[in-house]
Ligand binder design. Structure first.
Ligand code: SAH
Length: 361
């Protein structure tokens, strides 16, 4: 009998409130026979006040707080350690999940904005040749609570009011963890959520065409970045194997749909890889593509994978020399294309784009 009670309590304990959307929280309280407005109150505590325990929730009656402590759990991540770049102030965090997996998140403070870069998976299944996260392999999707908690822990550290932008550009492919990613986006876009506006949130994808369309139809008004890296199917397939499943053509059609449906312009991310995608014909193809839809290009200098000791093709990749990057960008800008060159923020601490990786034990 005693054991049975224990089991029931343990089973109930796994209910994770962190990560529930507003509707889910309201439904949860209804399901335990409480008023639905408690869902709104908890939403506010979790996602606006960023509280981590029930005793800080002053408008929740003590009896209910105690009941919630019994049947739910709030904590999803443990802070393990962090490193700050002495050059740029970029800070990389290592967090541990309840099942002892490690993930990384990054905060990039700049003059006019501070961006939090979130992971959506433990590792990544995509295997892009230029990316360290791919080299570490893949363990599992992160829950919505784990995605949100990266923001929460970083925002508490930097001050919630200082964080202006959120990018889903850490470890993993957000659109392969579609349900949990979209729930996190719903939380950020809820009118009740103060802090970062959904207009300042960007999801970056390697190109999961059907999910790009689904995201468009979710009407969330989140910005979309496509990791393009080449305008040619064969080259793109060589550096991004996912291109064999969802071709460039399918993805370009999908981002055109996204731009039409949301009225937002698409960002194309483009890593500069020497002799692979930095030739004149690559620039011309980009110019052609940008004429087809509202878009801008984010040029990313290739960040080294040396800390992962790559082998084979990955070991042969070299960054385009800075002078060639400038020529390439000039060519695009001469055609009135908006081009940004992304800083290699954090490469001194292996926290720059594509460098996030933790070897599994
Ligand atoms: N899976 C998603 C988001 C994670 S990667 C995506 O592919 O978009 C975030 C960005 O960093 C992507 O544009 C990715 O292509 C880029 N990136 C990966 N490895 C890199 C490297 N070594 N140097 C520079 N950028 C890299």
């Amino acid at each position: 009998m005693g054991d049975e009670t224990k089991t029931t309590v343990q089973e109930k304990k796994v209910t994770q409130l962190k990560g529930m959307t507003l509707d889910e929280l309201k439904n949860f309280f209804a399901s335990i026979g409480k008023p639905r407005f408690r869902g709104e109150q908890i939403f506010n505590w979790l996602y606006n006040h960023l509280v981590t325990n029930y005793d800080d929730m002053s408008n929740i009656p003590k009896v209910l707080r105690n009941e919630l402590k019994e049947i739910t759990e709030l904590k999803t991540l443990e802070y393990l350690t962090s490193v700050i770049s002495p050059i740029t102030g970029t800070k990389k965090y290592i967090f541990e999940t309840n099942d002892k997996l490690k993930i990384e998140s990054v905060v990039i403070p700049e003059e006019k904005r501070t961006t939090v870069c979130l992971s959506t998976q433990v590792g990544c299944p995509l295997d892009c040749t230029f990316c360290a996260t791919g080299l570490m392999g893949y363990k599992r999707n992160l829950t919505t609570g784990e995605i949100f908690d990266q923001y929460m822990l970083a925002a508490k550290d930097f001050g919630k009011d200082n964080v202006t932008n959120i990018v889903f550009m850490g470890m993993g492919e957000p659109l392969l963890n579609y349900n949990n990613t979209i729930k996190a986006l719903r939380i950020f876009s809820e009118e009740l959520t103060t802090g970062v506006s959904i207009k300042k949130v960007t999801v970056s994808t390697a190109g999961i065409a059907p999910k790009i369309r689904e995201l468009a139809e979710a009407n969330l008004k989140v910005k979309l970045a496509l990791s393009l890296h080449s305008c040619f199917e064969d080259i793109r397939s060589k550096i991004m194997p996912i291109n064999n499943k969802y071709s460039l053509k399918q993805n370009i059609d999908a981002v055109k749909f996204y731009a039409r449906h949301t009225g937002l312009r698409i960002t194309f991310e483009y890593i500069m890889l020497k002799d692979i995608n930095d030739r004149d014909e690559d620039a011309n193809a980009l110019i052609g593509l940008c004429s087809e839809l509202p878009s801008k290009i984010n040029i990313i200098p290739f960040n080294s994978l040396e800390h992962m000791n790559p082998v084979g093709f990955a070991a042969e990749l070299e960054p385009t020399p800075i002078q060639r990057i400038d020529e390439f960008v000039e060519k695009l800008r001469n055609k009135n294309i908006t081009v940004m060159i992304r800083d290699t923020q954090g490469d001194d601490i292996s926290a720059a784009c594509g460098q996030l990786a933790i070897k599994f034990e």
